[in-house]
Design a protein around this ligand. Structure first.
Ligand code: NAP
Length: 283
């Protein structure tokens, strides 16, 4: 129940009507009884600065930030956490003692879910990643900081891959996979990650990597959670590879934001359950 003591958090994005975050967070808040509530705010790009002023004026405890504001909001904040600075995007803001601090929980949310769900040891991983967009940056920097052995990047636009490889390469050995070298790169990799939207609803017949390139020694991870099991994951499962779906990243990026706002451990089990139920209804 919302009372005069309720602490408000929410989501700034455009559009936001499709977002699972309000339901996931409000379920978590009601489960824990912490006196928080979460609302979605559809903020047009030209209104972002006023919306950020609104966080201060209305005393919001924090917000999540999604497309198209993850980069644009950065200069409007008082402080940016070092990992978010490296990634170059913010998905969570915390209001602390009147200062707005920007974080990026996407990468850590991904890594936490990957390790919890598959049990892999990050330090042993040779990673091939398809894609070099915003989500790829979050995942690549976090994996690099967590000490994976090597990162290889396959991307449609070589230039975007080159920029990411150059930046991540300052932390861990990183190279671009040139056209025609994809199969060889995956052959001696231990972890394959799809960070593109290839295979996402409604294009469920698409896959970023031919099935013949997969092998049973791989952990295959897809950031997509809509559908829950993409064609890539189905084909990987069929040949005996370990598979990991994007729902864990979504739940854990939210759980880490919850923990930054409340200082309490998030109830990830119920958060995952409510998102799963919702996805089953809509897919
Ligand atoms: P983005 O910044 O737009 O990047 C998209 C990436 O996909 C780029 O590397 C792009 O290549 C590549 N790509 C897109 N369509 C392609 C195609 N038809 N052929 C080849 N490459 C293609 O998007 P993003 O924010 O990183 O999101 C990427 C995916 O991650 C989405 O499916 C999103 O739903 C998912 N995601 C999941 C979570 C989660 O919580 N599980 C969180 C964030 C994102 P170019 O560089 O050549 O354009």
């Amino acid at each position: 129940m919302i009372t005069s003591k309720t602490q408000l958090v929410g989501l700034f994005g455009h559009p936001v009507s499709h977002s699972q975050s309000p339901m996931m967070h409000n379920t978590a808040f009601s489960e824990t009884g912490l006196g928080f509530a979460y609302a979605a705010f559809d903020v047009e790009p030209e209104n972002l600065e006023d919306a950020v002023a609104g966080i201060r004026a209305l005393g919001l405890k924090g917000i999540n930030v999604t497309i198209p504001h993850k980069v644009a909001i950065m200069p409007m904040l008082d402080e940016i956490d070092p990992l978010a600075k490296r990634i170059g995007a913010v998905n969570t803001v915390v209001s602390r003692d009147g200062r707005l601090i920007g974080y990026n929980t996407d990468g850590m949310g991904y890594v936490r879910s990957l390790v919890e769900e598959t049990g892999i040891v990050l330090e042993k991983q040779v990673v091939t990643m398809v894609g070099a967009g915003g989500a790829a940056r979050a995942v690549a920097f976090t994996l690099a900081e967590q000490g994976v052995k090597e990162i290889r990047i396959i991307n449609r636009s070589r230039e975007r891959a080159a920029v990411l490889a150059e930046h991540v390469g300052t932390i861990v050995p990183t190279k671009i996979v040139e056209q025609g070298e994809g199969e060889a790169a995956i052959a001696d990799s231990s972890l394959l990650i799809n960070t593109t939207s290839i295979g996402m609803l409604p294009n469920v017949q698409e896959t970023p990597v031919p099935a013949e390139w997969l092998h049973s020694g791989l952990t295959v991870s897809d950031l997509i959670y809509n559908p829950l099991e993409t064609r890539l994951l189905k084909e990987a499962r069929a040949i005996g590879a370990t598979v990991h779906s994007g729902i864990g990243m979504f739940v854990n990026q939210g759980a880490l934001a919850f923990e930054l706002w409340t200082g309490e451990r998030a109830p990830t089990g119920v958060m995952r359950e409510v998102v799963l139920q919702q996805l089953k209804k809509t897919t």
